[in-house]
Design a protein. Structure first.
Length: 133
């Protein structure tokens, strides 16, 4: 992957943590750079960004507190997504990551063309969130 796209992916990941870009802006920036999606893996503390041709870059994801709970709580994940979408003053991506891990989320996959995010647990249970219109 070329250095410019890697820099864009790194900037978007950092922006999520420092709140310098909202999720829709991060998505727009990644799409404009040609990415088709990304995957967060909480157990490996990585985020992988994908291009349509299969090229990808794996970046270190900032570690969040706690471990991934054994039981996947679909309602708990959905609640955290609603919190993130509301973007209240107390929201932070770091807290979101810790909170979804506590309810059993091992990671998630975002598909820009599919306009959805698929959250998964250690036992491959899933919760799908469609992007708001």
């Amino acid at each position: 992957m070329d250095a410019q796209r890697i820099a864009i992916a790194e900037a978007c990941l950092n922006a999520a943590f420092d709140r310098s870009m909202a999720f829709p802006e991060v998505v727009g920036t990644l799409i404009a750079a040609g990415f088709e999606g990304y995957m967060v893996d909480y157990r490996r503390s990585t985020t992988t960004y994908f291009l349509p041709d299969g090229d990808n870059v794996v970046l270190e994801h900032r570690r969040s507190e706690g471990t991934v709970a054994a039981q996947f709580d679909q309602a708990g994940v959905a609640s955290q997504v609603r919190w993130a979408q509301a973007d209240p003053p107390d929201y932070s991506y770091e807290a979101f990551c810790s909170n979804v891990k506590a309810v059993g989320c091992a990671g998630y996959i975002v598909s820009f063309s599919g306009r959805r995010a698929l959250y998964f647990g250690r036992t491959a249970e899933t919760h799908v969130e469609h992007f708001p219109r």
